[in-house]
Design a protein around this ligand. Structure first.
Ligand code: BV8
Length: 265
């Protein structure tokens, strides 16, 4: 059963010194990331308003099976526009800081599990291993009937909805609202949230479930929960520590203060 929104607020935030100590003492860290993780890579956030081309559409209305069934052309144009933006984007200093954090934790016999709501593939492109894509990937497109993944072009598709070589309409390999998350991803996320010493929630409004519920699962297992976000979110009053800032600024500083200056590779 996916986790339900919690009822009891958590203690008020403390200082970032506590965050540095928690990370430096941790063996296993779980990280929940959202669209804000990729904002400094130039990819618009989900609710932060899509850029001019799509300002008249509500992402919440486009990211559903019903929207695709009603208007597959508009929905696939929107996703293909995003797919091309994701391909053109580069991982930012926040993604790279998580790669270093994973190396430092692995070196001490622990580990880092990234549970991402993002579909842009930037964590893996930065070099993070074992990334759990809770909401699938915009880079993978599949036949709507057969479910068979199809190769995607290096640039935009040339027809909407795009079709497979034998004419089957394609859809993006993302999880839409009302669709279940991939079973393996949910199992991996539960395992990480139940085993971690620290959970970092980065760049997410914590508005979407079951993803946001992994914050509460980690808290229930006794993990220190830390939020990295320039703004308040639906989880801000229930995490242990709030670091008000952006991913590409806060994460490199947090990892550097926890592990010292980066060693020569
Ligand atoms: C399901 C893929 C069941 C597509 C997305 C309780 C339990 C279970 C389900 C529900 C529940 N309550 C309600 C539900 C239903 C629903 C839901 O959660 N609705 C919400 C709106 C209430 N959940 C579902 O439908 C899920 N499915 O539960 O299925 C089921 C089971 C069996 C059989 C059938 C069904 C599926 C949810 C997945 C939907 N797909 N994405 C796509 O990408 O187009 S969700 C979408 O929202 C994106 O993935 C996005 O990542 C995600 C969350 O948004 P955020 O990432 O947080 O982005 P947002 O813009 O909101 O916030 C950005 C944040 O970044 C802000 O806080 C901002 O301040 C910050 N920021 C900005 N700049 C920076 C920054 N932070 C750091 N640095 C910066 N520079």
């Amino acid at each position: 059963m996916p986790p339900e929104p919690p009822t009891q607020p958590r203690p008020s935030p403390t200082s970032d010194t506590a965050a540095v100590r928690a990370i430096s003492e941790a063996r296993c860290v779980a990280v929940l990331t959202g669209a804000g993780m990729s904002a400094e890579s130039g990819i618009p956030t989900f609710r932060g308003g899509m850029e001019a081309l799509w300002k008249d559409f509500d992402p919440m209305q486009l990211a559903t099976p019903e929207a695709y069934a009603a208007d597959p052309e508009t929905v696939t144009r929107w996703y293909d526009w995003r797919r091309v933006k994701c391909m053109e984007a580069e991982p930012n200093a926040g993604h790279r800081a998580l790669v270093r954090l994973q190396a430092e934790l692995t070196r001490r016999g622990g580990g880092l599990d990234i549970l991402t709501q993002n579909v842009d593939g930037l964590h893996a492109r930065a070099g993070s291993a074992g990334v759990v894509e809770l909401h699938g990937s915009i880079m993978r497109w599949r036949g709507v009937r057969t479910g068979v993944d199809c190769p995607t072009p290096d640039g935009p598709f040339d027809a909407f909805p795009p079709t497979s070589p034998d004419g089957e309409p394609l859809r993006p390999g993302v999880v839409w609202f009302g669709e279940p998350l991939p079973t393996q991803a949910v199992e991996a996320a539960y395992e990480a949230a139940n085993a971690c010493d620290v959970l970092l929630t980065i760049g997410t409004s914590a508005a979407v479930y079951p993803a946001a519920g992994f914050i509460d699962i980690a808290a229930a297992n006794g993990a220190v929960t830390i939020e990295v976000n320039p703004d308040d979110t639906e989880a801000s009053d229930r995490v242990d520590i709030v670091l008000r800032g952006t991913a590409a600024v806060v994460l490199p500083e947090l990892v550097e203060r926890a592990f010292g200056a980066e060693r020569d590779q």
